[in-house]
Design a protein. Structure first.
Length: 146
């Protein structure tokens, strides 16, 4: 039950953050940061595909790691709450937007049933300059039934 409350809180916080960010003016993302952000997301998707919980967890920010404590808890949450992220059939990266040290990256995904989704990733630059995933909100593609 505590996991469900934590998960719900995280989703609401991220959802509210996204609408606040997209309502403000954003800066262009430089080519090297675009490549780095994409590499982080692709790395995590590859880790999910290989069922490598430790590697998938390594792409998460410290905030996310503190919330889930273990790679196993994190992987269980993704399998349950984000099945299309856990096992996408296809992905297409959109143009990312930047707000300060945060980059928002939309990734269109298709699941095994042919449904389209949009995963909106929040990535934060770490003190060492690396990008880490600080959240992901999933919504159905615009052309999908509710």
């Amino acid at each position: 039950m505590q996991f469900l409350r934590l998960f719900t809180f995280c989703c609401l916080w991220i959802f509210a953050s996204i609408f606040g960010v997209f309502a403000q003016v954003s800066d262009p993302v430089q080519a090297d940061d675009r490549a780095a952000v994409r590499s982080v997301i692709e790395g995590q998707l590859s880790a999910f595909a290989a069922d490598d919980a430790d590697r998938a967890f390594s792409y998460a920010s410290q905030n996310i790691q503190e919330m889930f404590v273990t790679a196993r808890n994190f992987m269980a949450m993704v399998r349950t709450a984000y099945p299309v992220v856990y096992r996408p059939v296809g992905v297409s990266f959109q143009v990312p937007v930047r707000q300060g040290e945060v980059v928002w990256q939309e990734v269109q995904m298709r699941d095994s049933k042919g449904m389209y989704w949009v995963a909106i990733y929040n990535l934060q630059r770490q003190a060492n300059g690396a990008w880490k995933i600080n959240g992901c909100v999933l919504k159905r593609g615009a052309d999908q039934p509710a």
